[in-house]
Ligand binder design. Structure first.
Ligand code: SF4
Length: 457
């Protein structure tokens, strides 16, 4: 009983978060930056912030994550960190030779009031940014938003690279949002199967799920190249997967280069994947490939075969808004009942969307944006569930309430696989269902009396 002090009674709480369902903005900015080829993320703040951000990403992706920091001391904390950043930019381009330095701010540098655009101008004027190299900036104070906001802000800043010429490149930009490197690979594979040429940004596949080769590469082969980012301005359209993660960048690109954009849910589950495939097909003017139709049929087959085990099972979910919205739609479509839903990221649209998706279930749903895991646990105590879907922090609630847990989302610190096996698309839907089924059937095997302990399920 690790969370034995969580009470069933739920008094109103406004100012206090307990066991937050989010982490800080710079982690998202750092993850996004790693999706640019040859990019070194740079944390403008103290060493402690940078160490936390790097270690969280390293623990989740099980890969060494490199990042630099302004290493604020007392002087910089009082008088501002401009000198540290200018020195840092100079040192990094001299010693590590990245193509891009992606600077994000922290609580401390934002509170001091450091002005990133002004410092960058000064770095250019003083010749600290070599020819053909770039410095990106994103304002990511962690006392607002969440890691999702930080991700979105850094992706939006990547639009700065885009250039518009008179010639369209015939490609579709896909902004995948904060999904795993394996998911980005799967999104590219699906686009290839549709016969569509794409530019995906950011793209962490090959960066945070690369092979062991015996040789250390500071900048792995993966990631969106600067040339690709420049070319996004000539694409025929942009698909932004996830309102919270990707829409801001897509709108910015539309504004800057007149590339029409369409917002979609992240392609988790059957319907959201259908909409993604349909959007690809429509923009490119092609038909859905036989391979994708085959994969879709497999997913429908599994849903049909195992429907009796999903039917009316109650689920509690915590995660990031874009992922959770698609997951809730998927669960409802297979007749499961997501009854308690939180995200730590603010945004009232989230609650509205979840209510719309669940209204046909005929039962009351608890939903909260800017919620926390403490509240989710209280809801689970008041109305028990059959399954919990959450990141690794959910294991405490799962243990206390004796509920099966599926680890999904960020961060996953105590399991492997998420960086290699996608959960987007039809193939990813199969994997999600396999995980759900295994969790439910393992529990059934554990709890069934001997008289109904079956070999064949
Ligand atoms: S001080 Fe702010 S930016 Fe640094 S680790 Fe804490 S929340 Fe994140």
């Amino acid at each position: 009983m690790l969370l034995r002090h969580t009470p069933k009674e739920i008094p109103e709480r406004k100012a206090l978060a307990i066991n937050p369902a989010k982490t800080c903005q710079p982690i998202g900015a750092m993850y996004a930056a790693l999706g640019i080829h040859g990019c070194l993320p740079y944390s403008h703040g103290s060493q402690g912030c940078c160490a936390y951000h790097r270690s969280t990403l390293t623990r989740h992706y099980k890969e060494p994550v490199s990042a630099a920091t302004s290493s604020f001391t007392e002087g910089a904390s009082v008088f501002g960190g401009q000198a540290n950043l200018l020195q840092g930019i100079n040192n990094i381009f001299t010693v590590y030779e990245p193509d891009v330095i992606a600077v994000h701010t922290t609580c401390l540098s934002e509170t001091i009031g450091d002005d990133l655009p002004q410092i960058r101008k000064k770095a250019i004027m003083e010749g600290k940014i070599p020819e053909g190299k770039y410095v990106l900036g994103a304002s990511t104070p962690s006392y607002s938003g969440s890691h999702v906001t930080g991700f979105s802000t850094m992706v939006k800043s990547m639009v700065e690279f885009s250039e518009r010429t008179d010639k369209k490149n015939g490609k579709i930009n896909i902004i995948p949002g904060w999904v795993e490197p394996s998911d980005m690979e799967e999104i590219k594979r699906m686009a290839q199967l549709t016969g569509v040429e794409t530019i995906i940004f950011p793209d962490t596949s090959g960066v945070l799920n690369g092979p062991m080769t015996g040789k250390y590469k500071m900048f792995p082969d993966g990631g969106t190249t600067i040339e690709e980012l420049k070319s996004t301005g000539d694409s025929i359209g942009t698909l932004a997967l996830g309102e919270w993660c990707s829409a801001a960048a897509a709108r910015e690109l539309d504004k800057k280069c007149k590339v029409p954009c369409k917002g979609l849910d992240m392609p988790f589950g059957l319907q959201a994947t259908d909409r993604f495939v349909d959007a690809l097909r429509t923009i490119a003017g092609v038909s859905v490939s036989d391979e994708l139709s085959f994969e879709r049929g497999q997913l429908v087959d599994l849903i049909t075969d195992m429907h009796q085990y999903f039917y009316k099972k109650k689920v509690a979910i915590a995660g990031d808004p874009d992922q959770v919205i698609a997951m809730v739609e998927f669960l409802v479509s297979i007749d499961m009942c997501p009854v308690h839903i939180v995200t730590g990221t603010p945004g009232k649209k989230f609650e509205k969307r979840i209510k719309e998706l669940t209204e046909g279930m005929g039962i009351d749903v608890n939903v909260k944006a800017k919620g926390d895991l403490f509240l989710l646990h209280q809801w689970m105590k008041n109305e028990p569930v059959d399954l919990l879907i959450c990141n690794s922090y959910g294991k405490y609630m799962a243990r206390d309430e004796d509920v099966p847990l599926i680890r999904w989302g960020f961060p996953i610190l105590d399991r492997q696989g998420h960086q290699y096996f996608p959960t987007v698309g039809y193939k990813g839907g199969l994997r999600l269902l396999e995980k759900i089924l295994n969790a439910l059937l393992d529990r059934k095997d554990r709890d069934d009396p001997e008289t109904s302990f079956e070999l064949v399920l």
